[in-house]
Design a protein around this ligand. Sequence first.
Ligand code: G6P
Length: 361
Amino acid sequence: SVAEKAGYKHFMQKEIHEQPRTVADTITGFSSSKDEKLFEMLKDTDRLYIIACGTSYHAALVGKFWIEKFAKIPVEVDYASEFRYRDRIIDDKTAVLGISQSGETADTRFALLDAKEEGAKTIGLVNVVGSSLSREADYVLYTYCGPEIGVAATKTFTAQLVALLLLALETGIKKGTTTYTDYEKIHEELLHLPSKIEQLLQKDEEIKEIAYRYMNASDFLFLGRNINYPIALEGALKLKEISYIHAEGYPAGEMKHGPIALIDEKMPVVCVIPQDRNYEKMLSNLQEVKARKGKVISVATEGDRQIKELSDEVIYIPKTSDYLYPALTVVPLQMLSYHIATLLGKDVDQPRNLAKTVTVE
Ligand code: G6P
């Protein structure tokens, strides 16, 4: 009903717009439920596997950057369905973190249980309290989003990012691998995140117009680098899931080794290009796209004027710390796929062939 959707047309739209609150709640929730035993365990961990499926897998890919940077634990990210059937290396200093919104995804649950049996310490990051994964893992972390109904994950993704960043910082400070200055600075920036997401949500009409101009494309390419590369993957996944347009996410530097062959005047290329330390490199990838007449849709930092001349469309996002950009850059990509799919008349809350939670292998 309309009431359940709080005046929004679809659950997905409602959930995209809830993100300022769900991000804020996840920050508060994390600090009020810190389990010291978890950080003690992680201080002693010398290898961390993060396993997940779908959108949660993309959060895991971002989490790797933060955990390696701040907690200095080598991280390997794997699809749960791959991890389960390979010869992973597990000893008593190995931890496995399973990320799952529902906590019921069979691939993730069973992969985690197998690792537990082999002696790994297990951690679950879930949204649903009391879910199977939360009961099966040795340690549990939560995202505080309330129920997510739209099949395509949105608010739980940004909350997973926040939880992973906080986990990395907290482990880092306890282990002595993060400085207080960095710890404080990033916490401070985190507190501004909800209002920055709010500013992005105001761009709904602008993004809808962009969606209208590109909705008839048959393929999309999404490019990003470093910590925003997983966001390119997530942007492409969102578009595929709900609009059925073929889309590929790629690390921008890898474009020259294949996908560049696909670029012509019909190909929209979404470039995730915030003004961070990868900016110059991303810029030259963007120019390579332009030189092949691709249509460039940039997600860039406010105040970046040169990007305007090089792009067909620019969606500006507020400035933040290099480490926090993924939590902002993903939001316009969620909105873009939402608008493309609804303009095409697709059922965004219940896309064909997909289930919110896959409880079979
Ligand atoms: C399904 C959903 C995806 C979701 C994935 C993982 O495929 O359609 O949106 O990302 O499961 O779900 P989980 O609950 O484990 O995060």
